[in-house]
Ligand binder design. Structure first.
Ligand SMILES: [Mg+2]
Length: 361
C-alpha cells in the first residue's frame, strides 16, 4: 500500500462562550485542521489538530514540508515515517508547529492502519474499549465567582463526577477564595482539580498550593513555566497537592526530564502537542517506568483509545474546545466516563456539511 495524496483543510470553530485562562484572557474560537491521507488501496486515514492560534502555519508545514515526504511511502511503517518527519522538519524547530503538523499526520497514519486491519485504535495499541473516568475542564479564570460556581454545578448536573477550574490570577489569594467557593458548592466528595496555566512564580505556586491543601484539591496543574523542571520539583516537595503537567511539553525527552527529577505526579501528554499517537505511547511507557499514572490534555475522543491501552490510567480530560457539534457520533458521557468506540481506526467522523461554512482555507 502506498500513500497517493494528502489533503489539508482549515476551519475556524466559534465557541459558545468566551473562555479564559492565565495565558489567554479571551478565547472566542479555535482552528480545526483536518488532514486526509489517501492510498492506492482506496483506504483513507484522518488526522486533525486544533489550535487557538491561526492553524495556517501548521497547514503550510504539512502541505510544503511533510506531504512531499509522505507521498508514495508505505503508510503502515508508522515509526519509520514518524522519524523521517521529525528529521525533515528539524531545522524548522524540534517542537511547536513542526510537532503539531507531525502529530496530525501520525494520527491519520494510525487511523489508516486501524481501517486497514479492521481494528479500533485502542485494540491496535494492545488495549480494548473500556470506560475511562473523565473530568470537565472549565476554562473560566475570568468568570465571576458566581458564574464559576454555576458552571461547576452544571457540570455535575450533566453527569460529570470530577471537575477542574482555572487558577493563576495575579493575586493568588483570589484564587483561593474561588477554590473555597467551588468546594463549598460541590461538596467534599467530588474530585476538584486546579490549573494555573504556567503563570505563577515558584514562590507563589508554593504559597497558593499550601493554601489550597485544606480544600482537598486533587491536583495542581502547570503551576509555573514549563522549562523550569527544578522549580516544579521545589513545588512538588513543598506542597501536599500532586502536580499534573505535560500539555506544554513536546517530546518524550522533555517528559523524561520531569520524571527523572520527580517533578510531576500526573504526566499529561496531549496527543497533538506531543507529536501524535506514536510519541504519546512512548511517554505513557516512560510514565509507567516511573510509576506515574498518565492522564491526558484535550482530544478526549482520541485519548479514550490511548488511555484504554495503558495500565492504570488516570482521568481523560473533557476539554471545552468541543467538536461534538461537527461529529457524526460524539462520545456519550456514561456514569462519569467516556469510552472509545469499537470501530476501525479512531472512529472520529466529521460531518463535513456542517463544517463547510466554517472553512477558511
Ligand atoms: Mg491545562
Amino acid at each position: 500500500m502506498k500513500i497517493t495524496g494528502i489533503e489539508t483543510v482549515q476551519y475556524r470553530i466559534p465557541l459558545p462562550k468566551t473562555l479564559s485562562d492565565s495565558t489567554y484572557t479571551s478565547i472566542s474560537s479555535f482552528d480545526l485542521l483536518l488532514v486526509s491521507l489517501h492510498t492506492d488501496a482506496g483506504i483513507s486515514g484522518l488526522g486533525y489538530t486544533k489550535s487557538i492560534a491561526d492553524a495556517a502555519a501548521i497547514k503550510a508545514m504539512i502541505d510544503r514540508v511533510l506531504a512531499p515526504l509522505l507521498l508514495h511511502q508505505d503508510p503502515l511503517a508508522i515509526d519509520s515515517l514518524w522519524s523521517q518527519m521529525y528529521w525533515r522538519a528539524h531545522s524548522l524547530g524540534r517542537s511547536g508547529v513542526t510537532t503539531l503538523a507531525r502529530a496530525a499526520c501520525d494520527l491519520a497514519l494510525w487511523d489508516l492502519k486501524g481501517k486497514q486491519t479492521g481494528l479500533s485504535l485502542c485494540r491496535l495499541l494492545g488495549g480494548e474499549p473500556k470506560p475511562i473516568m473523565t473530568y470537565a475542564g472549565g476554562i473560566d479564570l475570568y468568570f465571576s465567582t458566581e458564574e464559576l460556581v454555576e458552571e461547576m454545578q452544571q457540570f455535575l448536573a450533566r453527569g460529570f463526577r470530577a471537575v477542574k477550574m482555572k487558577v493563576g490570577r495575579s493575586d493568588w489569594r483570589e484564587d483561593i477564595r474561588r477554590v473555597a467557593a467551588v468546594r463549598k458548592a460541590i461538596g467534599d466528595d467530588v474530585p476538584l482539580l486546579t490549573d494555573a496555566n504556567l503563570q505563577w512564580s515558584v514562590a507563589h505556586a508554593i504559597q497558593a498550593g499550601k493554601a489550597m491543601e485544606e480544600y482537598g484539591v486533587y491536583w495542581l496543574e502547570e503551576p509555573t513555566h514549563p522549562d523550569d523542571v527544578a522549580g516544579h520539583r521545589l513545588i512538588a516537595d513543598a506542597i501536599r497537592i500532586p502536580l499534573a503537567l505535560g500539555e506544554s511539553l513536546y517530546s518524550k525527552w522533555e517528559f523524561q526530564r520531569y520524571l527523572e527529577a520527580r517533578a510531576v505526579h500526573f504526566p499529561e501528554p496531549d496527543v497533538i502537542h506531543i507529536g501524535g499517537v506514536t510519541e504519546w505511547m512512548k511517554v505513557a511507557t516512560l510514565a509507567q517506568a516511573y510509576n506515574r499514572p498518565v492522564t491526558s490534555h484535550g482530544y478526549d475522543e482520541i485519548h479514550v483509545h490511548l488511555l484504554a491501552a495503558v495500565p492504570s490510567p488516570s482521568f481523560v480530560e473533557y476539554h471545552l474546545f468541543r467538536i461534538d457539534d461537527y461529529l457524526c457520533e460524539p462520545l456519550p458521557l456514561v456514569e462519569g466516563c467516556l469510552q472509545a468506540p469499537d470501530r476501525p481506526g479512531h472512529g472520529v467522523v466529521f460531518d463535513l456539511e456542517k463544517l463547510k461554512p466554517l472553512r477558511i482555507a
